[in-house]
Ligand binder design. Sequence first.
Ligand SMILES: [Zn+2]
Length: 569
Amino acid sequence: MKILLTHCDYIEYEKKKKAIESAEQTDTDKERVEECLVAFCSSEEGDDDSVAEKTADEIKKVAEQVHTKTIVVYPFVHLSSTPAKPAVALAMVIKIAESLKKDYEVHRSPFGWYKSFELKCKGHPLSELSREITSAAQEKIKLVNKEKKEKQDSRGKIILDRRNLTPNDHRILGEELGIFHLSEEVGAGLPLWLPNGETLRNILIQFMRQIEEKYGYRYVSTPHITRGHLYEKTGHLPYYKDSMYAPMDIDGEEYYLKPMNCPHHHMIYNKLVESYRDLPLRLAEPGMTYRNELSGVTYGLIRVRAFTQNDSHIYMTPDQLKEEFLGVLKLFKEVYAIVGIKDYWFRLALPDFKNNPDKYTGDPKEWAHACDEIRDAMKEFSTKFVEEEGEAAFYGPKIDVQIKNSLGKEETIATSQVDIVVPKRLGMFYIDANGDKKTPIIIHRAILGSYERFVAYLLEQTEGKLPVWLSPVQVKILSLTDRNSDAANRFCKLFVEKGIRAEADLRQNTVDYKIRDAEMQKTPYIIVIGDKEEANGTLAVRARGEKPRFGVSVEEFLAKITKEIENKQ
Ligand SMILES: [Zn+2]
């Protein structure tokens, strides 16, 4: 049953013509009702008595809220795409009207007619409401249909339909470059990293580790499941429950797949920190997390159910906040310059205590301090940012890093959030210089966001032409003929020994075919070894997008590529 409720100054309706043979006979053709709640009702397939009862209850609820004593039950088939048979629909409106009659003056517009009507809606916030009322059996059918549809959708996603995708879509490039694979057997939203993809992902992880350790971060590693007990303390249960997977029973207790790494890191804080001298503490982890996404909305590496965050938590005293936040901003800048994220800007999300005071927990004074400190840090860093009131998380202000994706759409690629609420909730503390117990502040931050999303971004931005230092295969060495296989192999081994990711293609295909193949893979360097190269000990080198150079010495090539890798080019 679908209903539309309108609180009116009046409604006037008039019978015009029979819509069905069995149209209801009434004494009057025309009626006007003043000051009333009009309930347009559209009965649907499968409606039963319980639906009539629930519908009457809903109408009563609204009538009470808008303080009216008069109700017009108006059969209106057009709200539904699966209407009930006329006899059933008529029985339903009669039942609803009967049930309402106990407490209200009820008018019923005749059933089965084309009617003209005019009404004047009052226009206040409750004057137009709609409801869908279903029986338990209908709910079940809906659920089954939804699951069926999701299953079909998820299959559709797994088998890549390229027709509507741009050529630089990361799903196409991911397949062509052997980066990731979505297997129906494994499930939607659970990407498998192929060897090339895992190489790329690992380079990024190692790169971040190196740079973060330079900034004083300490790496940790945490398990993928946790007692529900911890998530109750942090407040993730019940508030975050919809994004988490159903619990599993271990030793009679509920455990959850982790939706975030924070609670684990907080427990490490509790172990490591005693006094203010231990602060700031910067913990980092490429931590895999699991979020409940509907299979129908999962998409490549961008909307996934399992992903690895470039995660970190910085614990500090309140007076260290500005300095630590500045450190995060510097890290953003340094990393983005290297990985080639250019046109990004920051969005500072602040609370809106005036219009939405209940959204934010914690002490308003502490909120003001946190907001001032990070705004100061942003100004001192003289970075481009916009402020947005009302966008803060419930536990503190945050900044999002915004970019335009390859389709020109604004997207958040990374975030840094201040947390002044959860440390208190968890009873985290340190002893200050006066020997008093104090609560730390936390910054949650991810510079690259998740490695999955970042790889998608990288593939799309570069159209798959990854810089040399990030390319899973940096050099492809092709034998011109079968005779040259051993020599090609020897060169390949030499490069690998020098730390270069080289692969030999010794297949018996023509060299043109092999070049085309390596070009499809967008390999930065293609080297062909023929008789001449073998005899002279030189290389024929084809840099990506350029014409081949012959007679290049091994030393020259090695010096060039090594320098490019070192300079992260
Ligand atoms: Zn966190």
